[in-house]
Design a protein. Structure first.
Length: 287
């Protein structure tokens, strides 16, 4: 995960474990008034706020707009899809203890086979509560911190149960949506294509269609077969292909020019969506 922090102190090196496509990190941190952070993960992840003291802490899907901030409370959970930027801001000096649960979708597809469904991993969900998920997160955090870890089957069982319950909770909240109208879809798609090199907030796209963000996400996917952030990724990849074909720019320069965090981020997106790497694609094109 790429992280940029201002005024936030990580109190230790964290505790990490991995079980069957689920990578877990347990962190403690402190931030003062005005401290902030920006985070982008190549994998979808759950942010579980286990403990908080001394102040207030916000999460947002946009960096600067104060009206979009939401105060995160202890025992609340947020889900952030792969590649979706997340910003945090401290409005008072605050201590946090939180669990990050990263899902490796390639491993989960292999493990779950036909039972795997991508939809729960495609839409942001901020500040929700689910007692079963919180109980499992607490047990996972305790196992991460335990100096004498139990058998891997124990951790794997907890991670599997958390995965299944997360998918269950997502499915319970989803509703059937009708597709965007042709005019709405064209307006949104044109906007994404024109602005794909910067971070586009879901709220921006929803406003263009005159819908709530949640309704818009489902309506967009019903119309295109893709979530909005994947459409933007595809637009960035098309720009990258144009530069690979028509320029001699290096891969780091192409990544920077097409909105990716770095060359590694570009390569992952290229491989996941096009089945090859940018370097291999360029070599094949030239040969």
């Amino acid at each position: 995960m790429t992280a940029r922090r201002e005024g936030i102190s990580v109190l230790n090196d964290g505790h990490r474990r991995m079980w069957g496509g689920v990578f877990v990190e347990l962190w403690e941190a402190e931030g003062g008034l005005g401290s902030r952070g920006e985070y982008v993960s190549a994998n979808p992840r759950l942010f579980v706020l286990l403990d908080q003291s001394g102040g207030e802490f916000e999460l947002r899907l946009a960096p600067n707009e104060a009206n979009l901030g939401k105060r995160h409370a202890p025992r609340q959970i947020s889900f952030i899809p792969a590649g979706v930027p997340l910003w945090s801001r401290f409005t008072r000096p605050t201590y946090l203890r939180h669990l990050d649960v990263h899902f490796d979708l390639d491993m989960l597809r292999t493990r779950l086979a036909e039972d795997f469904a991508p939809e729960p991993f495609e839409t942001p969900r901020l500040m929700f509560t689910d007692e079963r998920l919180l109980t499992l997160a607490g047990l996972i955090a305790a196992e991460c911190q335990n100096p004498q870890t139990l058998h891997d089957l124990y951790g794997d069982s907890l991670a599997t149960a958390l995965l299944v319950d997360f998918v269950r909770s997502s499915g319970r909240d989803q509703r059937r949506r009708t597709p965007l109208a042709t005019r709405q879809l064209r307006r949104v798609v044109d906007y994404i294509e024109e602005n794909c090199l910067r971070s586009i907030r879901l709220q921006e796209l929803a406003d263009l269609a005159g819908l709530s963000p949640s309704y818009f996400s489902h309506a967009f996917k019903a119309a295109t077969g893709l979530p909005p952030h994947q459409w933007q990724t595809n637009a960035r990849l098309r720009r990258a292909q144009e530069l690979l074909r028509a320029s001699a720019l290096s891969l780091p320069d192409i990544a920077a020019a097409t909105g990716f965090c770095d060359q590694a981020h570009l390569t992952r997106a290229f491989r996941q969506n096009l089945g090859t790497t940018p370097a291999a694609w360029r070599r094949e094109l030239r040969s």
